[in-house]
Design a protein around this ligand. Structure first.
Ligand code: PLP
Length: 418
């Protein structure tokens, strides 16, 4: 039987055993699924349902995948139509969706960004960007930020900051330096005649929702221009409307030479990632296109999903909605923080890219569980349990925020009674 029988008596135990015994062990043993004997089963809009029928408000959003919510009808329809016709391409004939999506990316990305390469994930987008920067500049070095996260394949991992992820795999790709995030002068000081590019997230997600001082990216852009260094921006988590503008870099009015996107690009239905470059930077790839390829990258199904997703983002004006509802959510969270200062250290964020920092790991861990018990899924940061991230679908409204705040307040009161 391929479809699991969720009504069977031992369904949850069997499913958890499968995860524990045949997948990365950590998933089966340590997750909230194991703790609460819950397996997700279906999703619609801003909600997920488990196999027992319990509904959760999804304020985790798959760490930024579900900007359109679950199964947005326009994306599902586009994918179904493509699925019934030609899900994967021959790789010899060209398909129209790939060209249309690349043209759309050129339209919606800032500045002179024009050419796209499509892969299947965020880390692949970063790998491609690193390779392109080396190819174009013929230089080996990159300057990245402390607490930055760019993925876990070897190249992207070399740009990722956390030592715990890096150490077991050393030596990584050489030439990556990390400087404090938000300090443009530190970037300037780290540049050498061997620097190919500066590679940054405009706003750090995995690092704990870190918002640099206004004007930071503008200063970095100026430094890169003055010193003849490329600027690569990783918009994989904060891009596509989440922070209240289409791209994180739009807040500073700057454009990178190479932009990486993924996560929400697939509309919450298909995996797809992209790196997009200017005509100038792309020249060596245009001269030698097969130097970087992917069998599944840019397949018709994923491109159909992304095209539909970008269309919805624009049509439903979701970046503006994220700004408006995000302001409201941050305001309400800060009011909660004012009532419970014994737990909260800070609420920070932009649009629907929000972090709640608590005083201790224990408070963060307890609230993570309590929020789940109250039916709200939130995002933890493994590296720093003091911080809980909120990345809800951009389609939510103030009424849903009110509901979530009531549940959070219940959780905070319960914590107080312990
Ligand atoms: C900013 C950023 N870059 C890159 C990645 C890696 O993406 P993926 O997990 O799809 O490889 C992530 C994933 O969380 C991310 O947040």
């Amino acid at each position: 039987m391929i479809t699991p029988d969720i009504a069977s008596e031992n369904f949850i135990a069997d499913s958890l055993n499968n995860w524990t015994n045949y997948l990365n062990r950590v998933y089966g043993t340590r997750t909230i699924s194991a703790k609460y004997q819950a397996m997700e089963w279906s999703g619609e809009g801003y909600r997920i349902k488990d196999t027992k029928g319990k509904t959760y408000i999804d304020f985790l959003g798959g760490y930024g995948i579900f900007s359109l919510g679950h199964r947005h009808p326009a994306v599902v329809a586009a994918v179904k139509e493509q699925l019934d016709r030609l899900p994967l391409g021959s790789k010899e004939l060209l398909h129209p969706q790939g060209g249309l999506l690349a043209k759309k990316m050129a339209e919606i990305t800032p500045g002179d960004l024009k050419y796209s390469f499509f892969g299947n994930s965020g880390t692949e987008a970063v790998e491609g960007a690193i390779k392109l920067a080396r190819l174009y500049t013929k230089k080996p070095e990159f300057i990245c930020a402390e607490n930055g996260y760019h993925g876990k394949t070897l190249g992207a991992l070399s740009a990722t900051y956390r030592q715990k992820f890096r150490t077991p795999f050393e030596p990584l790709v050489s030439g990556f330096k990390h400087v404090p995030f938000g300090e443009a002068a530190a970037i300037e000081a780290a540049i050498t005649d061997q620097t190919a590019a500066v590679l940054l997230e405009p706003f750090q997600g995995e690092g704990g929702i870190n918002i640099p001082p206004a004007g930071y990216l503008k200063k970095v852009r100026d430094i890169c221009d003055r010193r003849g260094v490329l600027l690569i921006l990783d918009e994989i988590q904060c891009g596509l409307g989440r922070t209240g503008k289409m791209w994180g870099c739009d807040h500073d009015g700057v454009a990178p030479d190479i932009l990486c996107s993924a996560k929400a690009l697939g509309g919450g239905v298909m995996p797809i990632g992209a790196f997009v470059g200017t005509e100038k930077v792309w020249a060596p790839l245009n001269d030698w296109p097969t130097i970087h390829t992917s069998t599944f990258g840019g397949n018709p199904l994923a491109c159909a999903a992304a095209l539909a997703a970008l269309n919805v983002l624009e049509k439903e004006n979701l970046p503006a909605r994220a700004a408006q509802v995000g302001d409201y959510l941050i305001k309400r969270l800060r009011a909660l923080a004012g009532i419970y200062p014994q737990y909260f250290k800070e609420v920070r964020g932009l649009g629907l890219f929000i972090g709640m920092e608590f005083h201790t790991d224990d408070i963060g861990n307890a609230l993570y569980d309590l929020f789940f018990e109250k039916g709200v899924l939130v995002a933890s940061i493994l590296a720093n349990p003091k911080i809980i991230r909120l990345e809800p679908p951009l389609i939510i409204d103030e009424k849903i925020v009110d509901d979530v705040i009531t549940r959070f307040e219940d959780a905070l009161q319960e914590l107080g009674r312990r």
